[in-house]
Design a protein around this ligand. Structure first.
Ligand SMILES: N[C@@H](CCOP(=O)(O)O)C(=O)O
Length: 489
């Protein structure tokens, strides 16, 4: 078994996990993958006896080979001690017939916290033996930005710059990011959508001149998005944790296969589930749940990935994405690690905005991946029905996965709840037929009917000051990064 990460577009690239985490994305534009992933087998008996932190260390140690056990234990302890509102970190709640995996009890109330409390720890360890600093460029459609800012705030030798689409995130997401304090960070709205921000950030990672400029200042550019393997790996843990819950609560017997419904835009969350499957988690099917930007549903149905369509702004903004980055990693594994094939698909996507996979590969993917999507109206209906029938309030993203899970009619299905409803209070109240005058009025009204209290970080927004007000064009992003490099060193 080799312990190196390679690029999805070139198997000659060889990096250790520390190097891959620091680099973020390969120079050829590909994403880092570990070829021997399927040779790792996780002991489910051990998983069912371990607590969350023990499982995190156990699973991470299988994938991050050049981190010592002590380093991983330290990272995991720093990440998950007293940072999550639930002692289980990612608790499961039965809602109707569906097992809802709640991933939003972290410091910024979104599932991204699970990885973004840990990635700063991993990156700091990886940086230790270099004499360099790291500048993180993050594109966000709403949730990653705040979780990354919170995770990297004032971390030694690391700076962070976040780009979010102006007017295309929820009011709460905007306030969370725009009020962020810290000495090593910058938050900018860009004129465009998430795809514009993510594409530009990827372009900047590959820009030779910019990288040389950064290197002259002893800075390397890297990512906190799920394109970074260090962002993805921590998310594998909660798939095993939900399986532990089902076994330990006698819902299933050990080794019984289960299904997952995952709301996704950038394909990172569901890919983490696929990684868990490759490592031995018994999975019957993953259901990929989308909003009106259903480029993934279409791909999984027809084998044609086509981003040439209107970008639709929805009430589930974190999933308003037409270029789904991590699908590239799935193509790598599903094509038997054919990096030429992946490169061709990605070139087609860049040049024509579309690509098509062979029928046989589509069949292979469909044997493990189902899909479904709903629009805003249907999402609101699900929020209302779930509240009326179960007294549980789902956020719009989680509601989409819940509906796809219900429609799947599987025996045992886990539906991922990725954000707190308090991040989208006006839309959630609207779905329930309750009016509100502002997002905070909505938040307080929601608290009267919701079984969970308002998370502290969101309640605090009522009095926090908006600090970051700049809106720039996509073109101006490069200048802004240069400016950050100079100020940061
Ligand atoms: N849904 C994300 C978009 C970026 O996805 P990531 O998982 O690659 O960070 C967001 O909320 O920002």
């Amino acid at each position: 078994m080799n312990n190196f990460y390679v690029s999805t577009r070139d198997k000659q690239v060889h990096l250790t996990s520390k190097e891959a985490i620091l680099k973020g994305i390969s120079d050829d534009g590909g994403l880092f993958v570990w070829p021997d992933l399927a040779d790792v087998k996780i002991d489910l008996n051990r998983v069912c006896q371990n607590n969350y932190k023990e499982n995190a260390v156990y699973i991470l140690s299988k994938l991050l080979h050049d981190f010592t056990k002590e380093e991983l234990e330290q990272c995991v302890n720093n990440a998950y001690t007293d940072t999550f509102a639930s002692k289980d970190i990612t608790p499961v709640r039965k809602v109707g017939d569906i097992y809802v995996l709640e991933l939003f009890h972290g410091p910024t109330s979104a599932f991204k916290d699970v990885a973004l409390t840990l990635l700063p720890q991993l990156m700091s360890v990886a940086l230790e033996k270099t004499d360099q600093k790291a500048l993180i460029l993050t594109a966000t459609s709403g949730d990653t930005g705040k979780a990354a800012l919170n995770g990297f705030k004032d971390v030694k030798n690391i700076g962070i710059e976040v780009f979010y689409p102006d007017q295309k995130v929820s009011q709460m997401q905007y306030r969370q990011m725009a009020s962020q304090t810290g000495n090593n960070l910058k938050v900018l709205a860009i004129k465009g959508n998430f795809d514009d921000a993510q594409s530009k950030v990827k372009e900047l990672f590959l820009d030779k001149d910019l990288n040389e400029f950064a290197a002259e200042h002893n800075v390397m550019l890297t990512s906190a998005n799920s394109i970074n393997i260090g962002r993805l790996v921590p998310q594998i843990v909660y798939y095993f944790e939900s399986y532990k819950y089902l076994v330990n609560h006698d819902v299933i017997k050990m080794n019984d296969p289960v299904c997952f419904s995952v709301p996704t835009g950038n394909f990172g969350d569901v890919l983490a589930g696929y990684y868990a499957y490759l490592m031995g988690l018994p999975v019957k099917k993953f259901y990929v749940a989308s909003n009106a930007n259903h480029v993934l549903t279409d791909f999984l149905t027809t084998g044609i990935y086509d981003r040439n369509r209107d970008f639709i702004q929805t009430i589930s903004p974190s999933m308003d994405i037409l270029i789904s980055s991590n699908l590239e990693r799935l193509l790598y594994y599903m094509s038997n690690q054919d990096t030429e094939f992946v490169k061709q698909c990605m070139d087609d996507l860049n040049q024509k905005g579309k690509y098509q996979i062979p029928a046989q590969m589509l069949e292979k993917i469909q044997s493990l991946f189902g899909c479904g999507y709903i629009d805003d109206e249907a999402t609101k209906q699900v929020i209302k029905e779930t509240y009326d029938s179960n007294s549980v309030i789902l956020d719009p993203h989680s509601a989409i996965a819940y509906k796809v899970a219900k429609d799947a009619c599987e025996d045992v299905i886990v539906s991922l709840a990725t954000a707190s409803p308090y991040k989208f209070p006006q839309d959630v109240l609207d779905a329930l037929g309750i009016g509100s005058t502002s997002e905070f009025d909505a938040m307080n009204k929601l608290a009267e009917i919701c079984s969970d209290p308002i998370p502290g970080n969101l309640a605090a927004l009522q009095t926090s000051k908006i600090i970051h007000k700049d809106v720039i064009s996509v073109k101006e992003m490069e200048e802004s990064v240069k400016d950050m490099v100079e100020k940061f060193v």
